[in-house]
Ligand binder design. Structure first.
Ligand code: CAA
Ligand code: NAD
Length: 287
């Protein structure tokens, strides 16, 4: 079974940053890669801020924080995957982008390396098919915010070997997450259930049934959700929500998954939620 000591994380956005942090906290060396230099610097600052909060709350010591930071190195060279045992991709939710990344990773990764994608919804089997060793490819779907959420959905493609699956189960346990296996169908389990709820909340705004705030209040106070669905949509990223709805819609061919026109319009406007400063709420003042 592949022993995982060095991990290459692709994409230094909100998910990649959290994924890098949880590996680094478990004494695993991480190379965090992004094509955008600014994203890499931002990722390190954000990780430091989150770790500082944990130190303040006495959950970890200052030494623990330093050890985690020291385990993370940033890079803008994808060829650096050559030194890693596992690559976890967390770039945008777009099939063609992911295929292009995995073609490159597969070229430069050592032959024993496992390649994993954090895709929210896309076919593991289809992405695996562009790699040199599809039997060493798997879905490893973390939840946002990664340092807090306990779940990792593990999705085997048609080609994934038992040894790859076992190695990923073992590393998931090592980083103190709980693995749940899902078959390779659009949206797996989490987003097949969660995203239509979010899309329906957006339809509820679109049809003027209630205000954004009131819809969130209903689901927080009435259903005990930690965040209302529109706050959650902003938190996930409206571009990601739209990509996932499109994958569900295309994959099942069922009109119940049609993305709300308002969601499409917000994404066209560049209102992507918290990460862009505006979505269903305005974050510019509190950033
Ligand atoms: N990164 C790291 N840690 C964070 C964080 C972040 N972005 N946001 C909050 N936290 C930590 C806080 O530091 C705090 O830690 P302590 O317990 O050590 O104090 C803890 O989380 C609780 O935070 P807060 O007290 O500030 O706020 P809260 O009680 O409202 O919790 C929350 C925040 C955990 C995000 C909570 O609101 C929640 O669970 N929301 C729902 C999240 C959810 O549904 N995630 C799944 C999204 S879907 C997905 O991920 C799949 C996909 O493919 C789209
Ligand atoms: P994000 O927009 O915050 O970050 C994406 C990062 O990928 C950016 O830093 C961008 O520069 C980088 N990137 C884009 N194309 C790249 C390329 N070709 N090579 C290298 N880097 C590239 O997105 P996110 O929210 O972190 O989501 C990333 C992935 O994780 C998506 O597949 C998404 O579906 C999945 N996911 C997201 C959530 C969520 O709640 N946001 C939860 C689970 C899974």
């Amino acid at each position: 079974m592949t022993v995982i000591k060095n991990v290459f994380v692709v994409g230094a956005g909100q998910m990649g940053t959290g994924i890098a942090q949880v590996f680094a906290q478990s004494d695993i060396r991480v190379l965090l890669y992004d094509q955008n230099e600014e994203a890499l610097t931002k990722a390190l600052h954000s990780m430091e801020r989150i770790l500082d909060r944990s130190v303040e709350k006495e959950r970890i010591s200052e030494q623990d924080k330093q050890a985690t930071i020291n385990n993370v190195t940033i890079t803008n060279t994808i060829k650096d995957v050559a030194s890693c045992d596992l690559a976890v991709e967390a770039a945008v939710e777009n099939l063609e982008v992911k295929k292009a990344i995995f073609k490159e990773l597969s070229t430069y990764a050592p032959s024993h390396a496992i390649l994993a994608t954090n895709t929210s919804s896309l076919s593991i089997t289809e992405i695996a098919a562009v790699t040199k060793h599809p039997e060493q490819f798997i879905g490893m779907h973390f939840m946002n915010p990664v340092p807090v959420m306990k779940l990792v959905e593990i999705i085997r493609g048609l080609q994934t070997s038992d040894t790859t699956h076992q190695a990923i189960e073992a590393i998931t346990k090592k980083i103190n997450k709980t693995a749940v296996e899902s078959k390779d169908y659009p949206g797996f389990v989490a987003n097949r259930i969660l995203m239509p709820m979010i899309n329906e909340a957006i339809y509820t705004v679109y049809e003027g049934v209630a205000t954004v705030e009131d819809i969130d209040t209903v689901m927080k106070l009435g259903a005990n959700h930690p965040m209302g669905p529109l706050t959650l949509a902003d938190f996930i990223g409206l571009d990601t929500c739209l990509y996932i709805m499109e994958v569900l819609y295309d994959g099942f061919g069922d009109s119940k998954y049609r993305p709300c026109p308002l969601l499409r319009q917000y994404v066209k406007a560049g209102w992507l939620g918290k990460k862009s400063g505006r979505g269903f709420y305005d974050y510019n003042e509190i950033r």
